[in-house]
Design a protein around this ligand. Structure first.
Ligand code: HEM
Length: 202
């Protein structure tokens, strides 16, 4: 291997008295004890991807498209079954709320915006933005009041419009709380009655 700037050899971190230079030197000589099938395979794979950036981009786009945000991980405190699957004590369980909320077996036409669907008895339980069970969000009462009151006031007090013909971009950004990929920019105008209450906003 040429003395490149990145040496992908995880095993070297296990050897506290080994400098990077000495590891690289040993690798050049086919160093004993450093050979690691997985690390070598990873190194070749990453090398090939770096020489073929379009394939690297395709792989990353596919991962971004298919790996949805999960709820926080939970761990089984004792052996149990979830949906028929054995969960031995200590198993980490990740809930894919994104997929559950889009499952046509649970909701009719799940990707349509139809808030009235949750007025029907039992339907609200299919929505789980706050998780479920003992570790569900303890702030859900506060959050629901805050969000619904704020959204209600924004709808009540302003006329809203998109800034153009194009639909608002719905791409998700990275991060635990699933922020918007592109921040929302919209036009709003205070409704006439607001001017009577707050003259400076008219
Ligand atoms: C729209 C707003 C919010 C959303 C969507 C949200 C969502 C969540 C979710 C999905 C969890 C993980 C539940 C699980 O592990 O299954 C969680 C946990 C938690 N949330 Fe929230 N949350 C919100 C607002 C708040 C607020 C306002 C507070 C505090 C005032 C809060 C405090 C917490 C705490 C302390 C936990 C950890 C609970 C535990 O692990 O036992 N959250 N939240």
């Amino acid at each position: 291997m040429d003395g490149g700037s990145v040496v992908l050899t995880p095993t070297r971190f296990l050897q506290s008295n080994t400098t990077q230079e000495s590891v690289v030197e040993k690798m050049r000589m086919g160093g004993g004890g450093i050979d690691n099938t997985s690390a070598v395979t990873l190194e070749w794979a990453l090398s090939s991807l770096l020489n073929n950036p379009e394939v690297l981009k395709k792989a990353r786009d596919e991962i971004d498209r298919k790996i949805a945000p999960m709820l926080l991980p939970h761990v089984a405190s004792k052996d149990c079954k979830v949906a028929g699957y054995d969960m031995p004590h200590g198993t980490m369980l990740l809930t894919n709320a994104w997929a559950i909320h889009r499952d046509p077996r649970l909701l009719d036409d799940p990707t349509s915006l139809n808030p009235e669907r949750f007025e029907k008895g039992g339907e609200a339980h299919k929505l789980m933005p706050f998780g479920l069970g003992r570790r569900a969000c303890p702030g859900s009462g506060l959050a629901q009041r805050l969000v619904t009151l704020s959204l209600g006031s924004l709808i009540q007090c302003f006329e809203w419009e998109r800034i153009g013909e194009e639909e608002v971009d719905m791409t998700e950004g990275p991060g635990l709380t699933m922020p918007k990929g592109i921040p929302l920019v919209a036009m709003c105008r205070a409704r006439a009655f607001v001017g009577k209450i707050l003259p400076e906003s008219a």
